[in-house]
Design a protein around this ligand. Structure first.
Ligand SMILES: *Cc1c(COP(=O)(O)O)cnc(C)c1O
Length: 481
């Protein structure tokens, strides 16, 4: 009973008064020296189960998990790819993992050398001059980048209060701008999903501190005018920030610095071999040009006297954005990943991510029209076709239908500027067979929606949890049993 697949009971519902695991009978526990006034008046309401009941309960739950190790995860804007296990082993090496954060530089030469070499390699890959590895994530890097911009303009004696953000931006871009006290100026994209240079010219000026743009943008489309865009921004005296979360589409093919940007961020948990969405911290970075380098967070690492030392700069730094050198375990994984790939191999990663997204879009375009007029980059944005919408079916129904067919849902209702968006990022690590199975599932969802719309509205039907009232769940979350 207890480990049946259809067993959906909570452990508290399986509770049987008086059942215990063996260790609970340990006589030492009863003698715990907790003062009487601090002890509970009534016993806690905990499930009473045998040890075996507990093991089976949690093992069964763990097998209900969706994970990148068991299922294809087509979440757009998230890069849920395979990250080599080998890199986890590198990060777990005791010399890195057990190093005390306060260890003196002389005792941390290996880690300092790694950070120094990783920094140099990432600058080279991005075509930029300097880098901080301190930020803990992409959004944290954006925050760091805008701090750099503030310090840069302050040093020049300029007051600039606005950040220009295209409407195709990731939500973290305007959020970062307002968190930093800037005013966000929203730019409407052209119908083809690209930034409108004429609009940009109207909205950029002496008040603009930074133009923040995602490349490729959140529609999975490359900004073909990027050099002109950067020129227009620079003529207005503004800096160009590139949100580099989508670097999987460009890595090894394009050096973003050569496009004209001033700084960009990296997401190590998207591009550089740290699992995204569970199992530990991520990391970010800001890579920038020389004119922003003096303001980077400290410490950095520099070579000196035949070794490596912490570099606290010349006093112009914005300070720290994270303790010590950031999440160094993640950086070790990134380094192992970088050592394993040549520049040409990185180019292949980008090419495969682009081919995979276009493959899926092409095989689905008759049923799920694609937003991109031509090709997309590493992710495609689709919508449910007229056959489905005519039956009152929506993107949410397609996503739930996929769950019944063994696939994690893609990102849905993002980017916001596409009505009923279904955003698919296959990533470079998925095989043709997996993509074919996914396409077959999407086509099957379509067929069942057309034949029997109610069946799709009732999906998922094979999972322990059926369709949720998401509005109620958001407004009145029930956080207790
Ligand atoms: C993921 C993402 C971010 C935010 O990165 P986090 O590491 O999750 O903070 C920003 N911009 C884009 C385009 C992203 O895809």
């Amino acid at each position: 009973m207890i480990c049946s697949v259809t067993d959906n009971k909570l452990s508290i519902e399986k509770s049987d008064a008086g059942r215990r695991g063996l260790w609970c009978k340990n006589p030492l526990r009863a003698k715990a020296k907790i003062p009487a006034n601090l002890r509970r008046k009534s016993p806690p309401r905990l499930p009473e189960l045998s040890e075996f009941d507990v093991v089976r309960h949690f093992t069964r739950l763990s097998r209900l998990n969706f994970s990148v190790d068991t299922h294809f995860y087509p979440l757009g804007s998230c890069t849920m790819k395979y990250n080599p296990r080998f890199n986890e082993e590198a990060a777990a090496l005791q010399g890195f993992a057990a190093l005390h954060p306060l260890a003196h530089d002389t005792c941390a030469q290996g880690t300092l050398e790694l950070l120094h070499d990783l920094s140099a390699r990432l600058c080279e890959l991005c075509g930029l001059d300097a880098i901080t590895l301190q930020p803990a994530a992409g959004a944290h890097s954006e925050f760091t980048g805008l701090l750099l911009a503030k310090a840069y303009f302050e040093a020049k004696g300029e007051t600039r209060t606005e950040i220009v953000v295209p409407d195709s931006a990731h939500g973290t871009n305007p959020a970062t701008a307002s968190m930093m006290g800037f005013t966000t100026v929203n730019l409407a994209s052209k119908p083809d999903g690209r930034l409108d240079v004429e609009e940009l010219k109207k909205h950029i000026g002496p008040k603009t501190a930074v133009l923040m743009m995602t490349v490729p943008n959140t529609l999975g489309i490359f900004e073909t005018n990027i050099e002109e865009i950067c020129r227009v921004a620079h003529e207005a005296g503004a800096l160009v920030y590139m949100d580099g979360a989508n670097l999987n589409a460009l890595i090894g093919l394009v050096k973003p610095g050569e496009l004209g940007i001033d700084m960009m961020h990296l997401n190590f948990h998207k591009t550089f071999s740290t699992p995204h969405g569970g199992g530990g911290p991520g990391a970010g970075a800001i890579v920038c040009r020389k004119h922003l380098a003096p303001f980077l967070p400290v410490p950095l690492v520099k070579k000196a006297g035949g070794g490596y030392v912490s570099d606290f700069g010349d006093g112009r730094s914005i300070g720290k954005v994270k303790a010590f050198f950031g999440n160094t375990g993640v950086l070790v994984k990134a380094y192992a990943y970088m050592l394993a790939h040549s520049a040409a191999e990185f180019g292949e990663i980008a090419a495969c991510s682009i081919i995979n997204a276009n493959y899926v879009a092409a095989l689905l375009k008759d049923l799920y029209p694609s937003y991109a007029r031509e090709y997309c980059m590493h992710e495609c944005v689709l919508t449910p076709g007229a056959d489905l919408t005519a039956k009152g079916l929506k993107t949410l129904d397609v996503a739930k239908g996929l769950l019944d067919r063994g696939f994690h849902a893609p990102t849905i209702y993002f980017p916001l500027i596409v009505h009923e968006a279904i955003m698919i990022e296959p990533t470079e690590t998925e095989s043709k067979e997996t993509l074919d199975e996914f396409v077959a599932a999407m086509r099957d969802v379509h067929a069942s929606g057309v034949a029997d719309p109610q069946s799709l509205k009732d999906a998922p039907r094979t999972l322990p949890v059926k369709r949720l009232d998401e509005v109620l769940a958001a407004r009145q979350p029930n956080l207790r049993w």
